[in-house]
Design a protein around this ligand. Structure first.
Ligand SMILES: [Zn+2]
Length: 360
């Protein structure tokens, strides 16, 4: 028993150290510095950090207390969060799959997912090197899990990942372009395949400029991620994974969207959205627990459809989206990949049994 605790503790420590390294990988990609040199330093005053101030998780809370020792600047909470997250995920994977090659491959994928998420959240940008490591590891993992004989599984998976994501990125553009066209007068901005080039606070306009220039709502980085997802999940599960990512993102965006509607005094739309969400939940609960009669059920669906139609029309006519913050699509995609990889079948069964409301 004692041994098991010791091993778990060891894995947690190794995980935290790797998490610390992943922070460095992500942040030095952003600052365009080498991953290995120089040693860790404070991002604001460049003072080298002493080893005892650089112990993952521990130092942030106990020795430096969230502030740089020499300049007193706040140190981002992102550091301990990434370290703790990596540490826990390492333990979960090692407990689930032991010290195997499978564990190793999943851990590399998880690590790259964390790096990609950090840069995507911080800069709305994913770096080509990280994307390629992710895609290649995913292909190798899939070949290892399914056997090299099943290379068609991987090829079809990668292709369907690319197709699904490109359709979504470009298709959504044609859905929203009407009201979001911004005059193309900022010519001296060069995109160079960058996902989003904004580094300032005026996100809205820059994201819209990007959308307008590239005629797509998601960056090319998300297509790489989808290709990697496809390699691992195969063509059958990739659509489910992307749909799940859209839901995840919606769940994260809806509160900020509602708040921006409320602040913009668009109470009608705000409350009809809230009403739609609450009614859907009530309907789902009633349907599954009390089992509604068909006429009641149909009435419910008709009401929901009317509200949905109203919301969609109102959204289409909405020109001022100021105050509405979008979140990058990379992290939900990556989270969704792991969820679908491990629980895809359970989720499909759940959909069959509980969500397919009328078709039953
Ligand atoms: Zn400092």
């Amino acid at each position: 028993m004692y041994d098991i605790f010791l091993i778990c503790f060891f894995i947690l420590v190794v995980g935290a150290c790797i998490g610390s390294f992943l922070n460095v990988v992500a942040l030095r990609a952003i600052s365009k510095e080498s991953v290995i040199f120089p040693n860790s330093k404070c991002p604001s005053c460049n003072t080298p950090i002493k080893w005892y101030d650089n112990i993952p998780i521990f130092s942030y809370f106990f020795t430096v207390k969230g502030k740089c020792r020499s300049c007193g600047c706040k140190i981002s909470i992102q550091y301990p969060i990434v370290e703790a997250l990596t540490s826990v995920l390492f333990l979960v994977v090692c407990i689930s799959f032991g010290f195997t090659i499978k564990s190793l491959l999943i851990l590399i994928l998880l690590s790259m997912a964390i790096v990609l998420s950090v840069t995507d959240i911080k800069e709305q940008y994913t770096y080509t090197v990280h994307l390629w490591i992710f895609v290649i590891t995913s292909i190798i993992s899939s070949l290892y899990f399914h056997g090299i004989k099943n290379y068609m599984f991987v090829i079809l998976g990668v292709l369907s990942g690319i197709i699904v994501m490109e359709l979504l990125a470009r298709g959504s553009f044609y859905l929203i372009k009407k009201k979001h066209i911004i005059s193309e007068n900022n010519d001296n901005e060069n995109c160079n395949d960058k996902k989003n080039e904004e580094k300032n606070d005026e996100d809205e306009e820059d994201i819209n400029t990007y959308i307008q220039k590239k005629k797509r709502v998601f960056g090319i980085g998300d297509t790489y991620i989808a290709a990697g997802m496809g390699a691992l999940l195969g063509w059958k599960y990739i659509i489910l994974a992307v749909m799940f990512a859209v839901i995840l993102q919606a769940v994260c965006i809806i509160p900020s969207f509602l708040l921006s509607l409320y602040k913009g005094k668009d109470y009608k739309l705000c409350f009809s959205l809230i009403g739609f969400i609450i009614l859907s939940i009530i309907y789902w609960v009633l349907f599954n627990i009390i089992s509604l009669s068909t006429p009641v059920s149909i009435t419910f669906v008709i009401i929901l459809a009317i509200i949905a139609f109203y919301i969609l029309t109102a959204l289409q006519n909405k020109t001022n989206m100021a105050g509405f913050k979008t979140i990058p699509f990379g992290p939900p995609l990556l989270v969704s990949m792991f969820i679908i990889y491990f629980w895809g079948e359970t989720i499909i069964n759940f959909i069959r049994n509980h969500i397919w409301l009328i078709a039953g």
